[in-house]
Design a protein around this ligand. Structure first.
Ligand code: KIV
Length: 275
């Protein structure tokens, strides 16, 4: 890329302040998870605004039951692959469990590594009032932070499973208080996960920063899906997610056709052979 076109790509880059400003204009935000260069390039070309290197990589890429074992080094590695493909989309690295809970200093160190070594332009972390100090410190270190409240998978053991949050008056008030704390701490956006659509609407109306929903109804300012759910690459699709393609079935069909042609000595044909 020439210096001029690199500069113009930078000018059109989705930024944290630009995403904040979209809420005032009523422009919705489309965010997808990505974990590697190939899919990040496809989503980038499709005009996705935000590429989230989610700690869901523990489930989708590593075959784990929870996101808890994902390490900061693994997050940084996958962020680097995604950042290499992103020209316009904002790249957000998801701070994994244990990388920000111990102290705000730890949180800043982890976030700095995601930016410096991974090429992220922002980080995301889970929790509300309990992590507001960590959010404020990361923001003070000039790194934009996306919050994440409601169903927070890193709290799977406290929640007793991946359970919808915010049902009942106490739950509703807790989710709202968490979202307000995240905003007050300086986050530029917040993910709302796994809550009644009506609460998604209420939190979205209460905040000046954009909300990005996953299983939180249509009233959020944006939506995020895990790419394996979007593309039908997982073993199942959660009820809140919409599968827009069946790539798993296509991949299986391709692998079967390849195996058959190898066994019947039909591949490689002359057109795939060197002379
Ligand atoms: O890790 C992840 O993919 C996420 C999204 C579900 C928001 O946090």
């Amino acid at each position: 890329m020439s210096t001029v076109s690199a500069a113009s790509a930078r000018e059109h880059r989705v930024t944290a302040p630009a995403l904040r400003a979209r809420k005032q204009r009523g422009e919705r935000i489309a965010m997808l998870t990505a974990y590697d260069h190939a899919f990040a390039a496809i989503f980038e070309a499709a005009g996705i605004d935000v590429l989230l290197v989610g700690d869901s990589l523990g489930n989708t890429v590593q075959g784990l039951d929870t996101t808890l074992p994902v390490t900061l080094d693994e997050t940084i590695y996958h962020t680097r692959l995604v950042a290499r493909a992103a020209r316009r989309a904002l790249v957000v690295a998801d701070l994994p469990f244990g990388s920000y809970q111990v102290s705000p200093e730890d949180a800043v160190r982890s976030a700095v590594r995601c930016v410096k070594e991974g090429g992220a332009q922002a980080v995301k972390l889970e929790g509300g009032t309990a992590v507001s100090g960590a959010i404020a410190r990361i923001v003070a270190a000039e790194i934009p932070v996306m919050g994440h409240v409601g169903l927070t998978p890193q709290a799977v053991h406290r929640m007793g499973g991946h359970r919808v949050q915010g049902r009942g008056e106490e739950g509703r008030a807790r989710v709202l208080a968490d979202a307000l704390a995240v905003e007050a701490a300086g986050a530029f956006a917040v993910v709302l996960e796994g809550m009644p659509a009506e609460l998604g609407r209420e939190v979205t109306a209460a905040l000046a920063i954009p909300t990005i929903g996953i299983g939180a109804g249509v009233h959020c300012d944006g939506q995020v899906l895990v790419m394996h759910d979007l593309l039908g690459l997982g073993e199942w699709t959660p009820s809140f997610a919409k599968q827009y393609a069946s790539l798993g079935a296509l991949a299986s069909q391709a692998a079967r056709a390849f195996a058959e042609e190898v066994r019947e000595a039909k591949f490689p044909g002359p057109e795939h052979s060197y002379r």
